[in-house]
Design a protein around this ligand. Structure first.
Ligand code: ZN
Length: 463
């Protein structure tokens, strides 16, 4: 069999791996490439013939793993996309939003005075609907025969609701080889998701290394971190706490943690504004798929019948709500997307509050270099938002307590668990920048020595 690294090779985005077993072609993930400087149109150029792919196996809903699936169908793919049920539900909102963003991007490109050659949308809403009709769902731990020689099993990966690692048992010449694609992994004891599971007897391991060179500074529980910030900012300083959060995953972790704090009486009443329409829809999906939640969250749901509704929560729906919020004189918390502060509704809250010394902006996730979030975290005293200069008087803070990826220690212990009953013949590190992957390789080699590769884009390996 042959494995080709079509995306996320020495970079974080654009996950896509092509596995050919005789004449059967499996694509694991089909994500959008979001790397800075990468021309978005180039996502439509696949390094293989889309009509020749037999099946797509999707690890989870994030667009850097799923966002190019509608393009694949447009280019001739006719097979199914296999994923878990929550992944399909989350893809419905994320891919629909991606089509809307595509439309807006092309429209503004055509309006701009600069001539942009070859500007076209990757796909529209109709393409997304056509693609979603071809999704087929499978639960965790239910073996599924792709053909007489290839068996697939989804393994819980943590990370976000429904995220799976892909285990393939492939029979060739009377021998079975096990391949594991980790997809994005989560942390143990996460707020909402189940723990990642590390399968064993793996022959070939393709592992993510997003935080291969990083260590989470803040390993205390998310709930405790939030309680301290709310007490400090809202109760002692009588100020505003702004928490930028991705719509899927982080928004739910934060709202659920606040809910638990209020219900347990650990926090005094303070208003919480949630300004993230996709975050609200994906919250409903989290409540719908109870069997994909960790045990504590599932028990909470049994007791209260909802994870994210509490009387202190106010959902922002229209501009009247925004005006109400901006004139609200008491301390408050805002949870809004996008996490890196690039676009999304969060920007208006940042503009309004960044000049207020009583505001704290709590960054709870990774920010790509060059984004507004990254500039604030790097200590910028002046930032430009939508062409206007703003001095930064607000306090900028960060926490890793809600991180959706393991750090170097977490990746190492996952790898050691995979290796506990025998080391893989080969390991491939992807989904990380070169520095993170090199550092991770060094650490993994010192833990369990085996052949560890860091593939270049389009590298191929005979397994
Ligand atoms: Zn992800």
């Amino acid at each position: 069999m042959n494995l080709k690294f079509c995306g996320a090779a020495r970079q974080v985005t654009g996950s896509m791996y092509l596995l050919e077993v005789d004449d059967y072609r499996i694509l694991i993930d089909c994500g959008l490439n979001y790397e800075p400087g990468f021309q978005r149109e180039l996502n439509a150029r696949f390094p293989f013939e889309p009509s020749e792919i037999d099946v797509v196996i999707l690890t989870h809903a994030h667009l850097d793993h799923s966002g190019n699936i509608p393009t694949l169908y447009k280019k001739g793919f006719k097979g199914s996309v296999l994923c878990t049920e929550p992944t399909l539900a989350l893809c419905e909102i994320l891919l629909t939003d991606s089509a809307t963003i595509e439309g807006a991007r092309v429209q503004s490109g055509h309006k701009s005075k600069k001539k942009i050659s070859g500007l076209h949308r990757l796909y529209g809403h109709g393409d997304v609907r056509d693609a979603l009709n071809q999704f087929v769902t499978l639960p965790f731990h239910q073996p599924f025969e792709l053909n007489s020689a290839i068996k697939l099993e989804f393994i819980p990966a943590g990370h976000i609701l429904g995220a799976a690692s892909v285990q393939l048992d492939i029979r060739e010449k009377g021998k079975t080889k096990r391949l594991l694609f980790t997809g994005d992994l989560g942390n143990r004891e996460s707020v909402i998701t189940v723990d990642p599971e590390a399968p064993q007897n793996v022959d070939f391991l393709v592992m993510e290394g997003t935080y291969g060179s990083r260590f989470h500074q803040d390993t205390s529980e998310g709930e405790e971190v939030l309680r301290k910030y709310v007490e400090q900012v809202c109760q002692k300083q009588r100020g505003r706490l702004i928490i930028p959060a991705f719509s899927v995953g982080r928004t739910q972790s934060i709202l659920y943690s606040l809910n638990k704090l209020f219900k347990s009486g650990k926090l005094e009443k303070v208003m919480v504004f949630a300004d993230s329409p996709m975050g609200i829809t994906s919250s409903e999906i989290h409540t719908r798929y109870q069997s994909y939640l960790n045990q504590g969250t599932s028990e909470f749901l049994n007791e209260y019948h909802d994870l994210f509704r509490f009387k202190e929560l106010y959902l922002i729906e229209d501009s009247d709500d925004v005006a109400f919020m901006e004139h609200y004189r008491e301390p408050y918390i805002i949870v809004s997307s996008a996490g890196m502060l690039e676009g999304g509704r969060i920007q208006r809250h940042i503009k309004f509050n960044i000049v207020n010394p009583a505001t704290t902006i709590l960054m709870a996730g990774f920010c790509t270099p060059g984004t507004l979030g990254d500039k604030l975290l790097s200590g910028a005293r002046q930032v430009i938002i939508k062409g206007k200069d703003y001095p930064v008087y607000a306090t900028i803070a960060r926490t890793d307590a809600f991180s959706a990826h393991p750090d170097q220690n977490g990746l190492k212990s996952y790898y050691e668990e995979v290796c506990s009953t025998g080391k893989p013949k080969s390991v491939f590190l992807s989904h990380g920048d070169p520095e993170s992957l090199e550092k991770l390789k060094e650490v993994l080699c010192s833990a369990v020595l085996t052949e560890i590769n860091i593939p270049e884009p389009l590298d191929e390996f005979q397994l």
